[in-house]
Design a protein around this ligand. Structure first.
Ligand SMILES: [Zn+2]
Length: 89
């Protein structure tokens, strides 16, 4: 088991941050990318300026998020470690 410090979890959803198999657990200033990406995407605007819109749409395509952009649970990635790998390198 990987040890995770108590404070290393998302301030919004409580998701543990920086978990290797969970690409949505990236630390965005104390919150996870899963939450931040969706919030930013929901702000809307010009997709060329708000790149989170495209990023979230891509992650929906990859199966990392529900169709509405909600992040899938960390358990999903822990149980399916292959899916969290970025399809394009
Ligand atoms: Zn979160």
């Amino acid at each position: 088991m990987m040890s995770t410090p108590e404070d290393q979890s998302c301030g919004i959803c409580g998701r543990p941050l920086n978990v290797e198999v969970d690409p949505l657990s990236g630390d965005c200033g104390g919150d996870c990318w899963g939450c931040i990406g969706l919030i930013e995407a929901q702000m809307g605007g010009d997709p060329e300026e708000n790149i989170s819109i495209g990023s979230v749409a891509t992650e929906v395509d990859w199966g990392w998020r529900e169709s509405g952009g909600s992040p899938k649970s960390q358990r999903f990635f822990l149980e399916n470690p292959e899916i969290g790998k970025t399809p394009v390198s």
